[in-house]
Design a protein around this ligand. Sequence first.
Ligand SMILES: [Zn+2]
Length: 239
Amino acid sequence: MPGINIFIAFKLPLKQLFLLSALLVAALLFAWHYFVPPRIVPAQAVLPLAGLVIAVDPGHGGYDPGCTSNGLLEKDVVLEIALYLRDYLQQGGARVIMTREEDKDFLLPAAGPKKRLDFSNRLKIVEDGGADLIVSIHANYISSPRWRGSQAFFQDGCNEGKNIAESIQAELTRVLQNTDRLARSGNYYMLRESSMPGAVVEVGFFSNPQEAALLGRADYQKKMAWAIYLGIINSLSTS
Ligand SMILES: [Zn+2]
């Protein structure tokens, strides 16, 4: 009869009833773990730069080669590094705004002084894209071949920018193992005029033959981009 089992169950001694309940709970837990697939955590949740918009600005381009020495053009070298940096940042979860991804300048619409127009149109891309942070990439040249080393700069008076530049400098020093330079303040249009904090990275001196040779190599450019990438990540945890 259908009612008998329930009747018997109620008549079980308390100890056995407890054991039965425990077994039932164990069976349910087992079934839960066995049949319910683990919850899939969206990959974005674990990426270090998720939700951030980062502007990468390779200096110069088009009519303006930047500094030229030892067979290198600044506009080409900084573009290569910026493209590697873009890839790392995207893999880290950031949305990346590139001011340029090819050899071009920003003289359209053509009016006004060349350099200033290039800068203001470049800045417009960054501002319109809603960047949280900007990194401009440049290279150095000086009349003496003696000087070398990459260096990060920030806008004077911008504490967030200082933090970003110092974090990047720390990684340039650690990853590249060839500079003891420190982050310094500098007067750069893209940092001075932009609404977001950031840093300018001078990747090294074209005027130094050994450093120029390194800067022309893809593996060194990649290493440079990796150091900048790590510096940006670290700056977020120390800000
Ligand atoms: Zn430059």
